[in-house]
Design a protein around this ligand. Structure first.
Ligand SMILES: *Cc1c(COP(=O)(O)O)cnc(C)c1O
Length: 478
C-alpha cells in the first residue's frame, strides 16, 4: 500500500512505521552502560533522560520533522542521546560571562561581590553565628542590629533595617505608614520597574490609596498641598530611576516637600530605587542624589536596593527616623520579608568597604566597572583581539570598536559610559548561530548582535575572563 500524498505532493511519512522503529529504552540503556562520560550520573537519571529523549523523537515524528527511517537506528541516535543526558545532568544555575556592557544586569544577576564579601558569606554558611544572639548579654539578639549602626554611620540616618529586596521595602513602608489612608504621589513618578513592580500596584497591595497629583511633566508644591486631607498618611517621592522626563518639567524639591510634611504633620518617604552612597558624577554620569543627601534633606524614610548601585547582595534597605523605623520593625510583615544570614553577612561586608570611599570604588565590582577608565577597557579589548586573531583569523574577522556601556538595573537611564567592544564577524557561519553557540558553551557568553556582527563589550568582562572568552570562541571553531 502506497503512502498518502500530502498537499504538496510529497508522500506523507508512515508515522506508525517510524514510531515502531524508535529504539527501545532497554536497548538504549544497554548501549549506554559502556560510556565513560556518563559514569558519574545515577542510573535512574539516565533512564529518565533516555525516556525524555525518545519522547522528543516521537514528537518530532508526529510533527513530520523526523521522516527518515535511517536516522532512527540506535547507533545513529546515540551521540545526540548522550548530549541530551549530559545536558539534563548539568547544574542549572550557572556562571556566565557578561559581554553586554550592562553593568547591573538584572537578568544576569545584577551585582558581583568582592572576594572578601564572599568569604564572609562562606563563613556565615559553614558555621554557627550570632545571627540572633547578643554576645554581650548571652541572650536573644536581633539580626537587624548587626548592620544598623553601619547604615546609620554611612547615611546619617537615625535608624535602619533591611528586608528581602527594595520592592519589599516599599511595600512594608507603605503598609506600616499608610494602610487605610491616602498616599500622595506625583503623576510623573508612578513608575514601573522591570515588568512586575509598579508603584500603583504595590500601593494597592499595601492597603493604601494612591492620590496622584500634578501632570506627567510638572508637579508643584501647591498640587501636594491641595491634595492633603484628613485621610492623608504619607507624601511619597519615587526616584525616576529607569526613565527620564525631559523638557518642560518641574519636580518639587525635597526640602519644600519636607517643610510641607512637617507643617501638616505628615511623614515624607522617598523610594530611591538604586540608592548610591558615593557621588558618581565624576565618572561622566549625571549627578544622582546620594542616600546621605536625601536623609540630610529631612526626608523621614528612604528605601533603596542592596544589589543595584550599592553593589551588594539582593536586599531592600530602609533608613530614616527612629520612630518610623521602630514601627516598621514591629510590623508582622517584617517577619515574612526578612533577610537571611547570607545576605546579612554579605551586606555588612559591603557596607564596611564604604567606610572608605576609595576602597569602595576599588573593590566593589559594580563601582569598579563604572569607574574603570577607557584605557583599562581598551587594553582588555586589545588583549582579547590579539588572542583571537592569533588562531581564529581564518574563521572570523575581528576588530575593536567604540561602544557604549550602561549602568543598568534601572539606574541612570539614557546615560552611556564610553567603552570598547571586540566585534566578531564569522566567515562561514551566520552571526546568530555564533551568538547561540556562545550561549551554549560550558561558561556561556552573552553578547549582542549589531549590524551582522557580534559585539563583546569589554567593560563588563573581567581581566581574568579574557582567556575564558578566547577559549569559548575557539571551542566553536575547533
Ligand atoms: C529597582 C527599583 C525597585 C525595586 O527594587 P528591587 O531591589 O529590585 O526589589 C523599586 N523602586 C525603584 C525606584 C527601583 O528603581
Amino acid at each position: 500500500m502506497g503512502n498518502k500524498l500530502t498537499q504538496t505532493g510529497i508522500p506523507e511519512p508512515n508515522i506508525q512505521q517510524l514510531l515502531r522503529r524508535l529504539p527501545k529504552i532497554d536497548d538504549c540503556l544497554a548501549a549506554l552502560t559502556a560510556k565513560p562520560s556518563l559514569h558519574s550520573i545515577p542510573h535512574a537519571c539516565i533512564k529518565s533522560s533516555v525516556r525524555d529523549f525518545i519522547d522528543l523523537q516521537r514528537q518530532r515524528i508526529f510533527k513530520h520533522e523526523l521522516v527518515d527511517e535511517k536516522v532512527l537506528n540506535l547507533s545513529q541516535m546515540l551521540p545526540a542521546m548522550i548530549d541530551h543526558i549530559l545536558k539534563k545532568d548539568q547544574v542549572q544555575f550557572r556562571r556566565v560571562i557578561n559581554a553586554t556592557g550592562v553593568i547591573v544586569h538584572t537578568n544576569l544577576g545584577r551585582s558581583l561581590l568582592p572576594a572578601e564579601t564572599m568569604d564572609a558569606i562562606h563563613e556565615a554558611g559553614a558555621h554557627y553565628s550570632n545571627l540572633e544572639f547578643d554576645l554581650e548579654t548571652g541572650s536573644r539578639g536581633s539580626r537587624y542590629s548587626l548592620v544598623e549602626d553601619l547604615l546609620c554611620e554611612l547615611t546619617g540616618a537615625e535608624a535602619g533595617l533591611v528586608v528581602n529586596n527594595n520592592a519589599a521595602a516599599v511595600l512594608i513602608v507603605l503598609e506600616t505608614l499608610a494602610k487605610g489612608s491616602e498616599v500622595i504621589v506625583s503623576r510623573g513618578q508612578l513608575v514601573e520597574i522591570g515588568g512586575s513592580f509598579r508603584i500603583p500596584d504595590v500601593m494597592r497591595r499595601s492597603g493604601a490609596t494612591l492620590v496622584e497629583v500634578g501632570a506627567t511633566n510638572r508637579t508643584h508644591l501647591h498640587d501636594y498641598r491641595t491634595a492633603i486631607s484628613d485621610e492623608t498618611g504619607l507624601l511619597l517621592k519615587v526616584h525616576c530611576s529607569n526613565y527620564r522626563i525631559i523638557g518642560f518639567t518641574k519636580e518639587v524639591e525635597n526640602k519644600e516637600l519636607v517643610a510641607l510634611g512637617r507643617e501638616q504633620g505628615i511623614p515624607v518617604a522617598e523610594d530611591l530605587g538604586s540608592g548610591c552612597l558615593v557621588d558618581l558624577s565624576c565618572y561622566g554620569l549625571m549627578k544622582e542624589p546620594t542616600v546621605q543627601e536625601v536623609i540630610a534633606s529631612g526626608v523621614d524614610v528612604v528605601t533603596f536596593s542592596g544589589d543595584k548601585l550599592l553593589g551588594g547582595p539582593q536586599a531592600g534597605i530602609i533608613v530614616g527616623k527612629k520612630t518610623i523605623i521602630e514601627k516598621i520593625k514591629r510590623n508582622p510583615l517584617n517577619r515574612a520579608l526578612r533577610i537571611d544570614k547570607f545576605t546579612l553577612s554579605g551586606l555588612e561586608s559591603i557596607l564596611r568597604l564604604y567606610r572608605d570611599e576609595q576602597t569602595a570604588l576599588a573593590t566593589i565590582p559594580t563601582l569598579a566597572m563604572i569607574s574603570a577608565s577607557i584605557e583599562v577597557v581598551d587594553k582588555r579589548a586589545r588583549r582579547l583581539l590579539r588572542l583571537l586573531r592569533k588562531d581564529l583569523k581564518s574563521h572570523c574577522t575581528f576588530s575593536v570598536i567604540d561602544a557604549a556601556s550602561r549602568v543598568g538595573g534601572g539606574a541612570m537611564p539614557e546615560q552611556n559610559l564610553p567603552s570598547r567592544a571586540v566585534t566578531v564577524e564569522p566567515q562561514h557561519l551566520a552571526v546568530n548561530r555564533l551568538e547561540c553557540a556562545l550561549r551554549s558553551r560550558d561558561i556561556p557568553v552573552i553578547g549582542r548582535i549589531e549590524a551582522d556582527r557580534l559585539l563583546l563589550d569589554m567593560r563588563t568582562v573581567g581581566d581574568d575572563e579574557v582567556p575564558l572568552l578566547h577559549k569559548a570562541l575557539r571551542g566553536i571553531f575547533y
